[in-house]
Design a protein around this ligand. Structure first.
Ligand code: GLC
Length: 741
């Protein structure tokens, strides 16, 4: 058997090499025919004008330039009809080099999934991969070759509106999710009809913008960059990511787009990335505004030498590269390298064989928003909901309730459930496409249950005129459900907020409804951690429902009535006040750590606030109860290439089946640099029926102990460690010590 396997492996490798060699040969042969203008054309990308995702560069000649071979890629061209039309223009060019069509398919194409931060709360890698797989299947049927996702920026600052787009604050969880998303988008291999190229963004450290203000500067140590912000990018690359997108921010004084340390030393050098890098919208030209490049020509010089291959929207390459080559300042080899990287992907996608293979009306009709895809979206949405509070067994609701009042500005919303970065498809009736929260409740309750509705107030503004009607409805009900939060355009790109409290008078509405004495359940819809301290302290039941996509209403109803037992865990720390930010769980101890949330005297604390977050990383409740017991380590110490097996018993001691995300944290008690108070190093999502128990096992190896030491070497240092098993980063159920020798 072994011999055959070896032979098969060698044959397959040789065949793949032969095929790859064919692609390289084709690329080189084509390159030889290209004029410099045609080469630079391949480095040029523009947006379609109907749904721009940034400040548009006015260029009325885009179609003529495509025909002249001066544009290599377009983004925001929606649907098979338009992608086919644009591709037909490219087929009129001298060399008939097909266009690449890119699109921000961030959390679904037509079937819209929960926003990525919500999906991260599921801690369910298979579900997350499937969501990307469905998105790729729908997008690729609609002419899209390339999605500008996954966004893998670590987000530790909820003032930054783009935390909604990523996987939260933790490097380990973020790396696992980055890998899963790339696998989902790219499927078995590029060139499969239902696969699209992934684009890992934003390279790099965009989420660390000072003040959480979008596009703002980033300044951090090389250690922080290497240990916290880059690993999700490397994980995405290990998953085979075809492309990267750089970022708007300057990093340690150099804009990422012109940053050779990031793009040449690390990405294309140490990591040996063979794909191509696209600039983020106009970021090449923005190096002038950064005060880094004197003018567009210098920006083009800085970007191409730093390893930015494709210029999205800035015109820098189009107007300046040929001159820079003629002046001898830019070698044609740099241009050729960038062009080859792009052409290789066009060959791998099969576009030279059939430029229209992805613009398939029949496939689009079959794939888009079909029942199977909507079922996947429903399941992802259910798993993303986080139960933050459930006193007096308020939830799940009984199906025999006589009257339910459903109140709040989000109840009858459609598009708001889609979240930022949902694809703006033309000619759709959102009320036919999205299940609102009101629809979901109507779908769920029987004819004997009466539903009352009142809006109460708007998401923002100070108008309380609707309160009386809302209170009146509440008084007639057995139970009140309040759906509040952010509007869809309050998180996302260029949506940083200085104040994270519930907008408008929504919390006053909560108080007015709570005052009726009825059992109240609050649903918080948002793209980021919000601050709602009064609600959190006074309302008996709270579900964080993020923005859950096209099946939002059904998912929420299933959780409210216990048809799905909530299993989400927070992927980001929720602050008590903005003043605590940045606040994240894997912080350093400091020399004067606060021993509890109330200690103040000569410790690292605020005198006007508890030292703990409102809700910690990894936190989420269930309708059932899990018991952790019987922690065992296979050994009390380990050497270099050894491992320690960690096992414990998880028991469902409640009355309902449920899923628990068990989290393995490690603490390196001392090192050649200070080490975090604890770090997530593994997790498993376990489903148990009521009364069921299971032995759970983790393995600790040297990689899990490793970090960048005081010489910036990735290593594990001998010493004392603590292993912790937690239901969250602040709820450690079991712990033990071990040594690494
Ligand atoms: C935007 C975003 C980026 C997106 C690109 C194209 O400005 O920063 O994430 O992929 O432009 O829409």
């Amino acid at each position: 058997m072994k011999k055959i396997t070896t032979f098969t492996f060698l044959f397959v490798s040789f065949f793949a090499m032969a095929q790859q060699e064919t692609i390289d040969q084709k690329v080189n042969a084509l390159l030889k025919k290209m004029t410099i203008e045609e080469k630079i054309g391949q480095l040029n990308q523009y947006t379609g004008d109907n749904s721009a995702t940034g400040p548009i560069t006015i260029n009325p000649n885009k179609q003529a330039e495509i025909k002249a071979g001066l544009i290599g890629s377009m983004l925001n061209i929606i649907g098979t009809k338009y992608t086919r039309q644009y591709q037909e223009l490219a087929m009129q060019s001298r060399l008939k080099i097909p266009l690449l069509f890119g699109q921000d398919v961030i959390h679904g194409y037509k079937t819209t999934f929960p926003i990525p931060l919500a999906e991260a709360a599921s801690w369910d890698l298979k579900t997350i991969e499937l969501a990307a797989r469905v998105a790729a299947t729908e997008a690729s049927a609609s002419g899209i070759h390339w999605t500008f996702a996954p966004m893998v920026d670590i987000g530790r600052d909820p003032r930054w509106g783009r935390v909604m787009e990523g996987a939260g604050e933790d490097t380990y969880l973020g790396s696992k999710i980055a890998y899963a998303r790339v696998k989902g988008f790219q499927g078995n291999k590029l060139g499969d009809l239902n696969s699209v190229m992934a684009c890992v963004k934003h390279f790099a450290a965009y989420g660390a913008a000072v003040g959480g203000r979008d596009y703002n500067s980033v300044d951090m140590s090389e250690r922080m960059l290497l240990e916290t912000y880059l690993p999700p990018f490397k994980a995405a690359l290990d998953a085979g990511a075809a492309t990267f997108m750089n970022s708007f921010n300057d990093l340690n004084g150099i804009p990422a787009t012109g940053n050779a340390h990031l793009q040449r030393d690390i990405l294309k050098g140490k990591w040996n990335f063979q794909g191509f890098v696209v600039s983020d919208w106009g970021s090449i030209g923005e190096m002038v505004a950064h005060g880094y490049s004197k003018d567009l020509k210098e920006a083009a010089y800085a970007a191409i030498t730093a390893g930015s291959d494709m210029d999205m929207e800035s015109n820098a390459y189009r107007y300046n590269l040929a001159e820079l080559v003629k002046e001898g300042r830019v070698s044609i080899d740099l241009i050729d390298d960038a062009v080859k990287r792009i052409l290789r992907k066009k060959y791998e996608l099969g576009l030279f064989d059939d430029p229209y293979r992805y613009s398939d009306e029949k496939r689009a009709e079959k794939e888009l928003n079909n029942p199977e895809n909507r079922k996947a979206a429903l399941e992802a949405a259910e798993k993303s909901i986080v139960l933050l509070k459930n006193e007096n067994q308020t939830l799940p609701l009984s199906k025999n309730l006589k009257t339910i009042a459903f109140i709040g500005p989000m109840v009858k919303e459609y598009k708001a459930n889609m979240g930022f970065w949902s694809v703006e498809l033309p000619e759709v009736n959102y009320d036919k496409w999205v299940v609102s929260q009101w629809d979901g409740l109507q779908n769920k309750v029987g004819k004997n249950t009466k539903l009352l509705y009142a809006k109460g107030c708007e998401v923002d503004g100070d108008n309380k005129d609707g309160f009386a009607e809302a209170v009146a409805a509440a008084k007639q009900a057995d139970v009140v459900i309040l759906s509040i939060g952010e509007r869809r355009d309050m998180s996302g790109e260029a949506k940083s907020r200085s104040d994270l409290h519930l907008p408008g008078v929504q919390e006053d509405l909560v108080k007015a409804i709570q005052a009726t004495g009825k059992p109240v359940i609050v649903l918080v819809n948002a793209g980021r951690p919000l601050i709602f301290n009064w609600t959190a302290d006074n309302v008996p039941a709270i579900l964080y429902t993020w923005w859950l996509g096209t099946e939002a209403g059904n998912a929420i109803a299933n959780v409210l009535f216990g048809d799905y037992n909530p299993s989400g865990k927070l992927p980001m720390t929720f602050p008590r006040e903005v003043g605590q930010i940045p606040i994240y769980y894997n912080h350093y101890s400091t020399g004067r750590p606060a021993k509890d949330e109330d200690s103040k005297n000569y410790v690292s604390a605020y005198i006007d606030l508890k030292n703990s977050p409102k809700f910690p990383f990894g936190y989420g409740l269930s309708y059932t109860k899990f018991d952790y017991s019987n922690l065992k380590l296979s050994s009390a110490s380990m050497k270099n290439n050894e491992t320690i097996k960690v096992s414990f018993q998880l028991s469902n001691v409640g009355k309902a089946a449920g899923e628990e995300v068990v989290q393995l944290y490690l603490k390196d008690k001392f090192g050649s640099v200070v080490r975090p108070v604890l770090e997530l190093r593994d997790f498993q999502k376990i489903k148990l029926n009521a009364g069921e128990s299971k032995t759970i096992e983790f393995t600790i190896d040297k990689e899990k102990l490793s970090f960048y030491n005081n010489k910036l070497e990735w290593t594990a240092e001998p010493g004392d460690f603590e292993v912790m098993i937690g239901a969250s980063s602040a709820d450690i159920k079991l712990k033990s010590d071990f040594k690494f020798n």
